[in-house]
Design a protein around this ligand. Sequence first.
Ligand SMILES: NC(=O)c1ccc[n+]([C@@H]2O[C@H](COP(=O)([O-])OP(=O)(O)OC[C@H]3O[C@@H](n4cnc5c(N)ncnc54)[C@H](OP(=O)(O)O)[C@@H]3O)[C@@H](O)[C@H]2O)c1
Ligand SMILES: [Zn+2]
Length: 338
Amino acid sequence: MARKMKAVQVRQAGGPLELIERDIPEPGPGQVRLAVEACGVCHSDSLTKEGGMPIQYPRVPGHEVVGRIDRVGAGVTAWKEGQHVGVGWHGGHCGQCAACRVGDFITCEFEQVCGISYDGGYAEYMIAPQEALARVPDGMNSQDVAPLLCAGVTTFNSLRNMDVRPGDLVAVQGIGGLGHLAIQFSRKLGYRTVAISRGADKRPLALELGAHEYVDTEQGPVAKALQKLGGARVIMMTASSSRLAGELIGGLGRNGTLLLLGAGAEPIPIQSPRLIMKRQRVQGWPSGNPQDSQDTLAFSALSGVRSRNEVFPLDRAADAYERMMSNHARFRVVLKMR
Ligand SMILES: NC(=O)c1ccc[n+]([C@@H]2O[C@H](COP(=O)([O-])OP(=O)(O)OC[C@H]3O[C@@H](n4cnc5c(N)ncnc54)[C@H](OP(=O)(O)O)[C@@H]3O)[C@@H](O)[C@H]2O)c1
Ligand SMILES: [Zn+2]
């Protein structure tokens, strides 16, 4: 008889996160099975929970997954049982399309998303395609690593690809899962770092994470505050508010970029003359590939960037998700399986 495992699934868009028992899955050709040790709860898991992408339900969410390889499928030669690995948002690619042929796996025509295209890490075991795996450096703990596989790689990889130099002003809007890592990365990469949040309570936390300055959006127009600091070279936005995105553009300096990581549903209001005269731009960025994840882990280990986590057992995934969605988490919620 097949061995059973615990998993947390969404039966249909908008449905609850429900704890279930199901057979431990077997890896097919080119796949591995992970004994999951930890999985971060990302705001993007709301796409699985609430709908918003083409998803076949029931679906197990979770794309900040860390575990040990427990079994390898036929044809897998690059990975062995027992290896410590992670899987992020980018959950696989075809290796054959025009983008993959030039190594641009993140725009693969057949990109798979972990926890959306196939079952993710809110479970004791998970199947992943071999090309989705990132190696975890020796000595790193699974709970610490999990948030780096989406929140971490998205902020580190986007920032390192911006047109920005040490000493420039970088602002990070929203101090949640992504934002609290972005502040640390920005500081460690040598930028003058401004944290932007709502209210005074996050000021000490932001400064402790490495921000040089703190802007409270409840104390006046955010654009004015950023202009007073000289205008930002990059503003990384992690909230999903299009109205706020429009306001933040006013805080950019010459050649500045508004970097959108959180997606709002409405169109963004943009004053184009200013954008033109100041040579500014608005840019989005999607996560990164497994090599980007490995780079993120290596940089984090090297520079001491660390996710601050609240840890929940898998059985309490619904509470963990609610804690994140209600903006109470300080700063990432992580599920622990073993
Ligand atoms: N581009 C990508 O590849 C990528 C990857 C991962 C996640 N995401 C997206 O990025 C966003 C952030 O994810 P996360 O996991 O960091 O979420 P999170 O932990 O919930 O943090 C989001 C933060 O945004 C701020 N915020 C929320 N609502 C706001 C509002 N109405 N106005 C102003 N600020 C608001 C809050 O910060 P304060 O309390 O400090 O104001 C909150 O902590 C989500 O939309 C997620 O789907 C994108
Ligand atoms: Zn994510």
